[in-house]
Structure formats: C-alpha cells, structure tokens
Design a protein around this ligand. Structure first.
Ligand SMILES: *[C@@H]1O[C@H](CO)[C@@H](O)[C@H](O)[C@H]1NC(C)=O
Ligand SMILES: *[C@@H]1O[C@H](CO)[C@@H](O)[C@H](O)[C@H]1NC(C)=O
Ligand SMILES: *[C@@H]1O[C@H](CO)[C@@H](O)[C@H](O)[C@H]1NC(C)=O
Length: 390
C-alpha cells in the first residue's frame, strides 16, 4: 500500500511498530475515501445552486417579473412570516446630513416621506455636495417638526445658528424661490429650488450654511419634476422616479450585516491601514444610511429577496429590490464625529462584498435598492413578507 500520509507516517514511525503504522495508513485511506464524496456533493450541488441564485437576477421588468420564472433554479424558500421584522426606520431629510430614526413613516413610490427632499449645492459650481467631499456635513441635524417645518441645527462649536424652512412649501411660496435648472445628481438631471428660511431676510439659510461649509452654498428643495432613475441589470425596463437619494427610492439593509462586517474587520486589524482601535470599535448601521433596517434573516439576507411587502400582506404595496447598493467611501465617515477613516469599512467590504452587482462587479455592495409600487406606511416592528426570492 502507498504510504499516503507521509508526514503522519513519519510521526508514527517514531512512536509505533511497523504493524501499527500499517493500521494507521489504512485508516487514513478510509478517511480520504469518505471526504471525496463530501467535496463532490459540495461542488456539484450546493455551490452551483448558490451561484445560480446570484445569477438568476437575470432579465426581468417590474411588470412582468411574476410571469418569467423558467430556469430550473434550486431556490431557497422564503422565510416564514414573522421571522423578519423592521427594526429601525431612518430618514435623511437633507442628503448626506444626519439621519433621523422614526417609529413610523408614510412612503410613496419615490421613497419615505421627507427623505432626501433637500440637498446642499455648491453655489459657484452648481454641483451637489455630499459627505464624500464634506464629511463634517453629517453633523448637521435636520429635524422634522410637527408645525410643518424642517429645523436645521449645527454642532455648538460651529457658531452657526439654527434655522427653519417649510416642509411643504406651496406653489406661491416656491414662485418666490430661485429655481436651479440644469442640475445633475450623478448621471441624472434633477430640479431644485433654493430653499428660504421662514424667518430672516432672503438668503438667510444659504448664508448660515455657507458659513458652515466655508464657501458659498445653497439648500435646495426638490422641485416637482420626477427624477428618472437608471434601469438596473435585473430590471432593464425599470420605470421609477426618486428625489435626492443617490438613485433609488429606498435602501433596505439587515441589521446582522454590520455584525458580519465587524467580524471580518477584526481579522484585518493592523493590515492595510486598519487601525488598532478596530479591534473593539463597532460599525454602526447608520454609516450605510439605510432607510429600512430589518432583522431576523441573518447577514445580507436581503441579497436574495426580489420582492417584499411590509405590514399587512393584503394591502401593503409590493416593494421590489431592483439592485444591490454599490459602495463608495461614504460609509468611512463616522456619523457621530464626521471623521473619515482611511480604510474602514471600505477595504474590508472589498474583501468579501464584490462581484454581487452585474453592472459593477468590482464594487463592494451593502444593502439593496428598492422601489415601492405605491403609497404605504411603515412601522418599527412590522413584519416583512418575502414574496419572491431571486
Ligand atoms: C400617514 O398618513 C396618514 C394619512 O394621511 C396620516 O394620518 C398619518 O399621520 C401619517 N403617518 C405618518 C407616520 O406620517
Ligand atoms: C449644545 O448647546 C446646547 C444649548 O446650549 C446644549 O443643550 C447641548 O448639550 C450642547 N451640545 C453639545 C454637544 O455640547
Ligand atoms: C400618494 O401619496 C402622495 C403624498 O402623500 C399623494 O400626493 C398621492 O396622491 C398619493 N397617491 C395615491 C395613489 O394615493
């Protein structure tokens, strides 16, 4: 018989008689014989089924998605109702500024009420400013007030006074505001009006914000023109509109995902500029600026969902998960301090979250972009019904 386990054989020779070595060698052959079928099963059945689930995000449209299931994909069945619930709802009234955690919110096909209804633009260049270039803007706190205003306040040490703007300016008010045409957010054209403070002379809001940004800026309010979003690989005929979100109306992310990111992160501390403090510091989910945080499905459970509804399964609108959300350096900004980490979590995400979006294979993805089919209401604790897996 071939001396298969060379190293162990060597070890055993030192300890045992030739007879015992022969027995050990036979036992090792038996072990190898048992392992081979396990590998064979893994590579032929389990692995391809996982891959095909990722690939199956193939070509579909929102309207026809229910009628185009043909490939014999081994699908995981959707989680049972009650397993997955909404654990947090976040709105970000001003793009890239601090988010607000709310107990319930109404939404339309364009997203959550008051989410990214405003943005800040560079008054000279007429471009949208985000926390990618101005990390300290995450410290600006917008709050939705019951008197129908949005109050905007600043960190104490900035010396910037708070101001308020109307939440729902009527046409008459908006006529007095300057309209900004030809504006683009990433690749898509958007409209906007320079939002004026409720009190103080014209230009008060712009003046206070300009002091904070140390350059001339304006607070822009989303105009009535629908912003057409780009189709996705899975939904090439996607017809949806949004406001000042990066692109799509909603972002859905499971709570367990950040725990997984942290787990991976711990293994890279000390390498690639990942500082020692990351041995214990946590990654708060607010870094990823999700709208709907869910729990119960495990890390990145949403990756495998195509359609969900939240709340009453009879009446709640369908919410279609149109693509994975590709990530830039924005999650590197700490929402509590406005400081941008050189490496975390971007470099960690690049280790295990790439190759998920067919249009951007080199980009890391966290969370899913989603489009609701109509108006609805969300509450923390609501049950998430997974209607269709990818
Ligand atoms: C949602 O809209 C309904 C009807 O317009 C309203 O009564 C309710 O207060 C709204 N809920 C929230 C959370 O805004
Ligand atoms: C900022 O000032 C307000 C009012 O003076 C105070 O209540 C608040 O605690 C201060 N915040 C910080 C972070 O110092
Ligand atoms: C959905 O909600 C928006 C904003 O509250 C409202 O203007 C619109 O009429 C509603 N659409 C439907 C179909 O109810």
């Amino acid at each position: 018989m071939v001396q298969l386990p060379y190293a162990s054989g060597f070890f055993w020779t030192a300890l045992t008689s030739r007879h015992e070595l022969l027995v050990t060698n036979t036992a090792c052959w038996a072990l190898v014989a048992a392992i081979i079928p396990i590998f064979a099963i893994y590579f032929t059945i389990w692995k391809p089924s996982r891959l095909s689930r990722v690939k199956s995000s193939g070509i579909r449209t929102l309207a026809s998605s229910s009628t185009m299931e043909s490939s014999p994909i081994i699908k995981r069945s959707p989680p049972k109702p009650g397993v997955i619930t909404v654990s947090k709802i976040l709105i970000h009234p001003i793009k890239s500024c601090k988010g607000l955690s709310v107990e319930s919110v109404n939404y339309t096909h364009e997203g959550l009420e008051n989410d990214r209804l405003w943005c800040v633009i560079d008054a000279t260049k007429r471009t949208v400013i985000t926390a990618r270039e101005s990390p300290k803007m995450v410290l600006i706190l917008p709050t939705v007030k019951s008197d129908g205003t949005l109050r905007v306040s600043f960190p104490n040490d900035s010396g910037c006074e708070p101001f308020s703007v109307p939440l729902n300016p009527d046409e008459e008010v908006m006529r007095t505001w300057e309209s900004i045409p030809d504006l683009k957010l990433w690749s898509t054209p958007i409209d906007g009006y320079i939002s004026e403070a409720i009190s103080g002379p014209k230009g008060t809001a712009s003046a206070i914000l300009s002091k904070y940004f140390e350059k001339p800026v304006h607070l822009l309010f989303k105009g009535p023109e629908p912003r057409i979003v780009e189709p996705t690989a899975a939904f090439p005929d996607l017809a949806a509109t949004s406001k000042y979100q990066d692109m799509y109306p909603m972002l859905i992310l499971s709570e367990e995902s950040t725990i997984e990111v942290e787990k991976q992160l711990r293994g890279y501390v000390g390498t690639q500029g990942i500082e020692e403090r990351w041995k214990s510091d946590s990654i708060v989910i607010e870094r990823f600026r999700p709208n709907i945080v869910v729990k119960g499905g495990g890390p990145f459970a949403e990756d495998e969902w195509e359609e969900i509804s939240i709340g009453d399964p009879g009446s709640a609108p369908r919410i279609t998960l149109v693509s994975k959300c590709t990530r830039c350096l924005l999650p590197n900004v700490d929402p509590a301090t406005g400081e941008k980490d050189k490496a975390v979590p971007f470099k960690v995400l690049m280790k295990f979250r790439t190759g998920l979006d067919p249009k951007h294979k080199m980009k890391a993805c966290v969370g899913c972009n989603a489009v609701p089919s109509g108006n609805g209401t969300l509450r923390v604790g609501d049950i998430v019904h997974v209607r269709k897996m990818i």
